[in-house]
Design a protein around this ligand. Structure first.
Ligand SMILES: [Zn+2]
Length: 270
C-alpha cells in the first residue's frame, strides 16, 4: 500500500481517539475506561461500530442500536485528522518532524473543539504538549539528531538551551504578560489560562520564531473573526469568543508556510 494511504488510515483512527478526548477530557473523565458508548442509548459500541467514517456512513449517520442521529462532527474530526496527517507527510517526508508535528496537530485538534464547546483547553493538551514537545526535542538532541532550524536573515541561532525549552518558556511568559496587561488595561479577561499554557505548548513544538509568527497570525485572525462574528450577529459584544481556535489555525499555518512567510517579511528590513 502506498505510504500516503497508510498515513491517511492511521490518521482516521487517531482522529477517532481524538473524538473520545474531545468528549471526555473537559468532563475530567478517563479516555480509556469505560469503552465508548452511544451517548443516547448507552449501548457499548462494538468494533464494527468504531471503524472511522465507514461505520458512520454504513448506518446513515445513526446509532445502530437506537437509531438516534449521531453528530457528523465525529466523522469530520476523523477525516480532518487523516487529511492533516497526509498533508504533514507531504511537507515533512518520513522524518522525526512528521511524528512531532502529528502529535502537535492531534493536540491542536482537541484544543480547537474543546475550546469551542466548553471554553476549555484541557491540561492534557497544554501541559502535556509542553512536556511532550520538550522531551521529544531533548531526546533527539541527545541522540545527536540535528533538527532543521529556521534560518532567518538577521536572526542567528545563539541559544544554548534546547529550542523547545526556550520556546515554551518565552511563549508562556509572553502570553502571561499580555494577559496580565490586558486585565489591568481593559479590566477584562482577554486571554484565559488555557491560552497561556497552549502558547507554551506551541512554543515547545515550533520553537520561538515560528511560534511567534503563529501568534501574530492568531491575533490577526482573531480580530478579523471577531469582527465577522459581531457584524453577522452570530455573537454579541458581551459574549466570550474563545481565542484557542485562532491559535490552532495560526500554528497549523506556521508549520506549513511559516518559514517562507518569515523570510519574505524579514527581507523587507534586513
Ligand atoms: Zn444509541
Amino acid at each position: 500500500m502506498a505510504i500516503p494511504i497508510i498515513i491517511f488510515i492511521l490518521g482516521l483512527f487517531v482522529g477517532s481517539f481524538l473524538n473520545v478526548c474531545i468528549y471526555r477530557w473537559p468532563l475530567d473523565r478517563s479516555v480509556i475506561k469505560p469503552r465508548s458508548a452511544c451517548t443516547n442509548c448507552g449501548t457499548f459500541l462494538m468494533p464494527a461500530d468504531l471503524i472511522p467514517v465507514l461505520s458512520y456512513l454504513a448506518c446513515n449517520g445513526r446509532c445502530r442500536y437506537c437509531k438516534s442521529p449521531i453528530s457528523p462532527r465525529y466523522a469530520l474530526v476523523e477525516l480532518l485528522t487523516g487529511i492533516t496527517f497526509v498533508a504533514l507527510y507531504r511537507s515533512q517526508g518520513l522524518t522525526f518532524e512528521l511524528l512531532s508535528y502529528a502529535i502537535l496537530f492531534s493536540l491542536l485538534i482537541i484544543a480547537f473543539f474543546t475550546d469551542i464547546d466548553y471554553q476549555i483547553i484541557p491540561d492534557q493538551v497544554s501541559w502535556g504538549g509542553m512536556a511532550i514537545g520538550i522531551l521529544f526535542d531533548v531526546a533527539l538532541l541527545s541522540a545527536g539528531y540535528a533538527r532543521p532550524t529556521v534560518d532567518l536573515p538577521f536572526f542567528t541561532n545563539g541559544i544554548s538551551v534546547p529550542g523547545s525549552i526556550f520556546g515554551a518558556v518565552t511563549c508562556f511568559a509572553l502570553f502571561w504578560m499580555i494577559a496580565a496587561g490586558a486585565s489591568v488595561l481593559f479590566k477584562a479577561e482577554a486571554l484565559g489560562g488555557g491560552d497561556i499554557k497552549l502558547a507554551g505548548a506551541v512554543g515547545a513544538f515550533l520553537g520561538w520564531k515560528l511560534a511567534l509568527l503563529s501568534f501574530v497570525l492568531a491575533f490577526l485572525l482573531g480580530a478579523a473573526g471577531g469582527i465577522i462574528l459581531l457584524v453577522s450577529k452570530l455573537k454579541t459584544r458581551r459574549e466570550y469568543i474563545p481565542f484557542g481556535p485562532f491559535m490552532v489555525i495560526g500554528a497549523v499555518t506556521a508549520v506549513f508556510v511559516g518559514t517562507p512567510i518569515l523570510v519574505w517579511y524579514l527581507n523587507f528590513y534586513f
